[in-house]
Design a protein around this ligand. Sequence first.
Ligand SMILES: [Zn+2]
Length: 464
Amino acid sequence: MFNLFRAQLMKRVGVCMALILTFSWLSIPGPLAGAQAAAGESAADAHTTYNELKSGQRLWKDKQYKAPEQPTVYLTFDDGPSPLTAKVLDILKEEDVKATFFVLGEQVKSHPELVRRALEEGHAIGNHTYNHVYKELYSGAQTFWDQLQQTEDIIADAAGIRPRLIRAPGGTFGNFDAFYFYYLDQAGYEVYDWNIDSGDSARPGVPASEIIQTVKKGPFKNETVVLMHDGTGHDQSVKALPEVIRLFKEKGYAFASLTTEVQPIHFSSGKIKWSRSLTEVGHEQLLAEAGEHMRGLEAAGLTKTASAAGEEEGASLAIVPKGAGKAKDEPLLPLELRLGERQLQLDAEQYRMVHGLEEVPLRPLIEAMGGQIHWDGSERTAVVRYGGYAAEYDFSRHELRLRAGGSLTAVHLPQMELIDGTVYVPLQATLLSLGCRIADSSEENGHMLVRASMSGGFVVSPLY
Ligand SMILES: [Zn+2]
C-alpha cells in the first residue's frame, strides 16, 4: 500500500523529486523500511543493485541444487493445457515417465481438470505466462510479472498449487534482461530454458519424423531439458513422443519432472530484441512485489529454509506434493500431534490429506497449542491469537492476514477450507505462521506422529 501510494505520488512530482523523496523516506523506519529489509537491502545497496542490473549484470540469491545420480531427462511441454494434453498424459502413464507442463493461464481457464490430472499423476506444473504475447510480455518486466501473478492465481484456483517453475515464452535469449531474471529470483521462482529444442514449433505441422530426428542430434548432457509443445495444433509432437521416450530409455536416462532443486538452464541474454527502460522507481515497485511473493511462500511453508526440517523434498513441495502419486482412497492413519508439552489426537476422519499435505481443523489445533480462537460470523473470519501472533482466516476474501511483531502480511491461502462449519488449514503452514515448525514426522504403531517445536507465541524475529 505504501509503495503504491509512493509510486502514484512520484508520477506527479517527477522523477528527480521522486528520487530525493525515495532516499529520504527510506531512512524512516516503518512499513517502507520493512519492505526494503525484506529484500535485504539498504537504500544505498538498492541503488547499486539497480545500476548493476542496468549494466546487464545478473544477480542471484545463494542457492544449492542437487545433481541427479544418473543421467536424467526432463521432458517439458509448453503452451497447454489443450485437448492434446490428455493424450500426452496417456502416453506418459503408459511409459511410466514423469514430465513437466509449462501452462498458459488462458488455457488453464478452459481446461483446469487437465492441470489437476497432471498433478495427480505425479507431473510438475510450471507457469508460462497468461497469453504468450511477446510484445506485451517483453515490453517491460512489470507486464511480465503481472501475467505471471494472474496465471498463478488461476492455477491456484484450479489445482491448489503455486508453481515456482517458470518458462519464458520464446525462451529467455534476446527477451530477458538482468532485471527480469532478478525479480523472479527474488520472488522464489526458477526459470528454465532448455538444452534440446525438439523443433516442433519451428513452423506449423513439423512432422513427427523430423521432430524425432532433431531430438536425436542431442546434445545429451547428464541433465537434459527437452522442449516440446502440447498446445493446440501439436498433434505431431504427440505422435513423436513415444519414440522420443524410447530414445532416452535406450541411452539409459531416468525421467523426472523439474523441481526447484534442479539446476536451471539459462540462455545468455544476447542482444535484447525489445526497446524498453525501467526507472529506479519502477524497479523498487517490482522488487517490493517480488519480496512480498517470497514472504507469501515462506508463510505457506514452501521455501527451502522454511521447510528444511523434516521435509526431505523441501523446495519441490510447491510443485510435486509429497504423496501426489498415492492411491486416493488409501485410508488415513490416526494423527498424533506433539506440540511441545501439549498433545492433540485426531482420528482418521478428523483431518484430511490434500496433495500429500495434512489439513487439520483449526479450533482443536489452536486450543491444544494454548491459543484462543473465535469465529466472526458477519465477517466469515476465524480469528486466532497465539501470544504475540494474530491470524485472521478470512473466508469472504479467501485470504490469511498475519500480524506479528508490529507488521501485517496478507497472503492468498487457497488451501484453507470451510466444511460443515469446520475450518481446515494446512498444518505445516499454520504452525510456521505462528512461529512454530514441524521438527519431524513418522509412522509409529499404526498412527502418524508429528512433533512440532513451539514458539510459545513469543515473537523473536517477525517472519514478515
Ligand atoms: Zn510457449
